[in-house]
Design a protein around this ligand. Structure first.
Ligand SMILES: N[C@@H](CCC(=O)N[C@@H](CS)C(=O)NCC(=O)O)C(=O)O
Length: 266
């Protein structure tokens, strides 16, 4: 199994901004032009003792990357970021080694390669059982897995109509009815969690895997000025106040505006 050593991970992975193929937009859906760019900031030198390497791409646009990164942060794993520009042909060979699906996030830990966000969450829960990524109570754990799965496989209208764009701001953005149905369902999921576990996070007092999975929804709600009920709005505030979120958002803001519209599923 391929390993990322501290030495190989230390070489700078960030290249010049990469243009991404533009697909014509469907006329019916008026969407703000999203720009995708290779990250501006070179990854920091790899810490000599980092246990793991998490491969991600843009922090401004990478919703799955944010989920994987938060899962790693919440788990307490000592990891190094490997930031690769999306769709860079020069990175293909390396990407294949890091992530057979060619998608990020992908985690390398102790010679084990885990790609796909849900698998990363499950893996981290196994290696860091005390971190509480999944609730200890079986019923709550099943509930947590169900809503993580619902996020992982659903809400396609919301994801395509309101792509993650942390730096973007679209006041009074007109939300398409199918995306609104996704938003309503998410508010319902959150409301049941607050009622059952008491908040301020989805499963109580500590952020867990479910909060990582829904964090990019929070940033979308803020980017697109989505009208929310009081408890959902308070939850968004609590998520944005997490130190890990502040760190991610600060890095996203440093990414330059460069690339034409990416019509991909983020
Ligand atoms: N189901 C995958 C989805 C991952 C995904 O779509 N990742 C996006 C970026 S956030 C990606 O890698 N897109 C291709 C690219 O950026 O080149 C998961 O759960 O990890």
């Amino acid at each position: 199994m391929a390993k990322v050593t501290a030495k190989s991970a230390a070489k700078p992975q960030v290249k010049a901004a990469t243009k991404i193929a533009v697909k014509p937009k469907p006329k019916a859906v008026a969407k703000p032009v999203a720009k995708v760019v290779a990250p501006a900031v070179k990854p920091k030198a790899v810490k000599a003792k980092a246990e793991a390497v998490l491969t991600i791409s843009s922090k401004n646009y990478g919703a799955w990357a944010l989920r994987g990164w938060l899962l790693a942060k919440f788990s307490g794993l000592d990891f190094t970021e490997n930031i690769v520009p999306p769709d860079d042909p020069d990175m293909k060979a390396e990407m294949l080694l890091l992530s057979p699906s060619m998608l990020v996030p992908s985690l390398m830990h102790d010679g084990i390669k885990v790609w796909d966000t849900l698998a990363i969450g499950e893996y981290l829960n196994e290696v860091k059982p005390k971190a509480g990524l999944l609730p200890t109570d079986a019923k709550a754990r099943a509930h947590c897995r169900a809503i993580c799965g619902e996020m992982h496989s659903g809400f396609t209208s919301l994801r395509s109509a309101l792509p993650m764009n942390i730096k973007g701001k679209f006041p009074k953005y007109k939300v398409w009815s199918r995306a609104q149905a996704d938003i309503d369902r998410i508010a319902e999921i959150w409301a049941l969690c607050f009622k059952t576990y008491g908040g301020p996070y989805l499963f109580g007092e500590k952020p867990c895997a479910a909060d990582a999975m829904y964090a990019p929804v929070v940033t979308r709600f803020l980017t697109y000025d989505v009208t929310l009920d009081k408890t959902s709005a308070a939850y968004c505030k609590a998520i944005m106040a997490l130190p890990a979120m502040a760190e991610w958002v600060a890095a996203a803001r440093l990414e330059p505006e460069e690339i034409d519209e990416l019509d991909a599923e983020f």
